[in-house]
Design a protein around this ligand. Sequence first.
Ligand SMILES: NC(=O)C1=CN([C@@H]2O[C@H](COP(=O)(O)OP(=O)(O)OC[C@H]3O[C@@H](n4cnc5c(N)ncnc54)[C@H](OP(=O)(O)O)[C@@H]3O)[C@@H](O)[C@H]2O)C=CC1
Ligand SMILES: O=C([O-])C1=[NH+]CCC1
Length: 279
Amino acid sequence: MLAVLNNYKLSSIDEHKTFHTIGQKLVTYFQDNVNLQPPVPTTLATICLFDNVTGKLRSIIEGTEITSWRTAASSLVATKYLYFNRIDKTTADSVLAIIGCGVQGRIHAIGMCSTFNISTINLWNRTNSKAESLAVELENMKATFQNKNLKIYVHNSVGECVAESDIIVTATGNRTPLLFGHMLKTNVHINAVGYGQTHHSEVDGGVYENGKIYVDSWTGAEAELKTLNYPIEGEVGEVINGVKETPTQALTIFQSLGMAVEDAVVGQLIVELYEKNKK
Ligand SMILES: NC(=O)C1=CN([C@@H]2O[C@H](COP(=O)(O)OP(=O)(O)OC[C@H]3O[C@@H](n4cnc5c(N)ncnc54)[C@H](OP(=O)(O)O)[C@@H]3O)[C@@H](O)[C@H]2O)C=CC1
Ligand SMILES: O=C([O-])C1=[NH+]CCC1
């Protein structure tokens, strides 16, 4: 995945300096890595940064952790602009469902509960013990969350998990849909993160048909969502900068594809901080 971003600022480094980034992100997904002893992450990433004047390789950065956090951060931004900005904030304690409690499900759970007023988190995972382990971890982190009274439940079915949920994260490698329209209440926001057969494998067509679909990048969507036969409303960024209106419709879907440019900028920030602290 190629990434080029010019003329931007990193205020934590230097608010006057302008940065230019050329990067390349390499990602592999080996599902059986979780069964190794010790387990290895299934999604592995490496980020290469190049000098923007000469094109010479400047740094190679371990990108697995960056990918985990960046993906969750994108969903948090999407949830803020597509969901929290359309609801009554005075009553805005929300119920979150995590479908798939692997690396992404875990980071999304921590990120959402740290950022928003989540009163209940519902967890489902194909292998139930992983959802139970995440529930224990979240229980031990409660003091750091926005809502210290967070209630945590593990469910035996996806339908039960999402029935009362306002915000849903799907983060599985499932190749066929596991989230269907009849399972959802009204006024729901979905962050569809997992990649199975395609990016949109986890969510049934009936959900896309009745919702407003947003992506992280039009360019990514043109390349990677060719088989999604429903109209895309816009980029989340277009809602943020006012080009598109905040949706008022009660079902929104953030179809997360992953943008290498976001990873490359975080990589650049890490390299700049490293260089600054070395001096
Ligand atoms: N949109 C984006 O930018 C990104 C998307 N991804 C995608 O997100 C997904 C999750 O990644 P990650 O958390 O790192 O992977 P993990 O291997 O850590 O977790 C995978 C999860 O998917 C579940 N799963 C796998 N196959 C199935 C299935 N057939 N039915 C139901 N559940 C299944 C696993 O359940 P179990 O524990 O039972 O095996 C586990 O909960 C992947 O598809 C990955 O490609 C990853 C990074 C960025
Ligand atoms: O952006 C990314 O790293 C990925 N998107 C889909 C799988 C991994």
